[in-house]
Design a protein around this ligand. Structure first.
Ligand code: HEM
Length: 445
């Protein structure tokens, strides 16, 4: 068994190079070594990137018992909890996934569109004309609120704020607390580990309080938020979810769902601002009431700026991947960004051209921002609805001027690809004659 060719540089060098310029680095590796190449990263060890859609299709379908994804995510367990769908594999993963999926299916998500628009309207009503807005930051506040309302079912402002304060304190803690048991060691209330434990306890208490409150709600049977649906969900043996499972899945949905979507939105604005003809066309189509271009903008954003560069699986048995017999223990990375940058699938692949998604849908396993198979993102429909509705509210009303002369470099932030400076813009209301009468009231005077 031999691993495919790849750079011989040390893991530490590879990760630094990748973190600083992830998209250019992936392109350079593929140009040099082809569609399947080996790479070593610190901690992760040997991995193999796959840029071939057919081989990725084979990885995402059929028997998955030799491909673990939960194990690769296990570093998140100290925060997300042992029941999190992200860290489980096998039968336990499938049980959680089956319980979680129904509230995130298309028809259910459609009902959240109005909530999303309301949250977006409220957000832009706070933007003063001429103010500087860091879009990734504001979009994070917005997507947090959407999760609170649509997923947790919490609308009361004081409770939303309490959840924000406590959950964000944990999520924004130094990632070392996740990776290192040593960092988490509780050496008393003033030690870093002690402080982290306290933050985690406060977040857990807030989540458990919401779960208990909802269980006692007289209208639980009628409610449409995800937590209420999860409380009513039963597995094939008729068992519901325990409070511990619910706590872990709520944290997981927040952790997986708010920063990713906010980053996707920040990229969407950045790309529209750097491509004025696409922005103009989006405004025209929205004014005509046609959503096809809006959906294409969302798809093209996630293609050219995928928030997650690759899925990740660990082989538990030797397996032939794209013609290479790979040994057990190796990580396999279905290369989301690599496929999205293929010129043979997406001509002029580095350009933002939403119209490429207008006429035909993408071929199988060529549009992969949400991964695939039994680990495909549970929130894919919600994320796309969120991106579309926020653009629908903001684009016709707000004129944005980027404060940087050149496009935002893409860098690695945690496990996501993000705009390095967060997309700083100056905001003004759109001139009324360009956007219809409603724009005049969009920004507070
Ligand atoms: C633009 C926004 C988002 C992107 C780009 C994204 C991307 C991804 C990707 C690439 C995966 C891994 C798929 C694989 O391994 O094959 C994933 C998994 C997951 N995502 Fe998302 N995601 C987004 C938003 C959301 C939202 C809004 C939620 C929920 C509220 C969510 C919940 C999850 C969960 C629970 C998983 C784990 C699924 C499993 O392991 O079975 N994501 N996401």
């Amino acid at each position: 068994m031999a691993l495919p060719p790849g750079p011989r540089t040390p893991g530490a060098y590879n990760i630094v190079r990748f973190a600083r310029r992830p998209l250019q680095t992936l392109r350079a590796w593929r140009a040099r070594y082809g569609d399947v190449f080996r790479i070593t990263f610190p901690v992760l060890g040997n991995g193999v990137y796959v840029a071939d859609p057919e081989a990725i299709g084979e990885l995402f379908t059929g028997d998955q018992s030799d491909l673990l994804a939960g194990e690769a995510n296990s570093f998140m367990e100290p925060v997300l909890g042992a029941n999190s769908v992200l860290v489980l594999d096998g039968a336990k993963h499938l049980r959680q996934r089956r319980l979680l999926l129904p509230p995130f299916q298309g028809a259910r998500v459609a009902a959240f569109r109005e909530v999303i628009r309301e949250v977006a309207e409220r957000e832009i009503s706070r933007w003063r004309p001429g103010a500087t807005v860091v879009l990734r930051r504001r979009m994070r506040a917005l997507t947090f609120e959407v999760i609170c309302r649509a997923v947790f079912g919490v609308t009361e402002p004081a409770r939303v704020e309490r959840l924000r304060e406590r959950l964000i304190a944990v999520i924004d803690s130094n990632p070392l607390f996740m990776y290192s048991p040593l960092a988490r060691t509780n050496l008393g209330p003033l030690s870093p580990g002690g402080l982290f434990a306290r933050r985690l306890r406060a977040a857990d208490a807030a989540l458990h309080e919401e779960i208990a409150r909802r269980r006692a709600e007289p209208d639980l049977e009628q409610r449409a938020d995800v937590l209420s649906l999860l409380l009513r969900a039963r597995d094939e043996d008729g068992r519901g979810m325990t409070d511990a499972e619910l706590r872990d899945e709520l944290f997981t949905l927040l952790g997986a769902g708010h920063e990713t979507t906010a980053t996707g939105l920040a990229f969407a604005f950045e790309l529209l601002l750097r491509n004025p003809s696409a922005l103009e066309r989006l405004r025209t189509e929205l004014a005509r009431g046609d959503d096809a271009y809006l959906d294409a903008v969302v798809k093209e954003t996630l293609r050219v700026r995928p928030v997650i560069d690759a899925a990740e699986r660990t082989l538990t048995r030797p397996r032939v991947v794209a013609g290479w017999e790979l040994p057990a223990g190796v990580k396999v990375y279905p290369g989301i960004a690599l496929v999205h940058m293929r010129e043979d699938i997406y001509p002029r692949a580095l350009e933002f051209r939403p119209e490429r998604f207008l006429d035909e849908g993408a071929e199988a396993y060529t549009w992969l921002p949400f991964g695939g198979g039994i680990r495909r993102c549970i929130g894919a429909a919600l994320a796309q609805a969120e991106m579309a509705e926020v653009l629908r509210v903001v684009v016709p009303r707000i004129e944005m001027t980027p404060l940087r002369a050149s496009a935002e470099p893409v860098v690695l932030r945690g496990i996501t690809l993000a705009p390095r400076h967060g997309v700083r813009v100056r905001v003004e209301p759109v001139e009324p004659e360009r956007a219809g009468s409603r724009s005049r009231d969009a920004l507070a005077a």
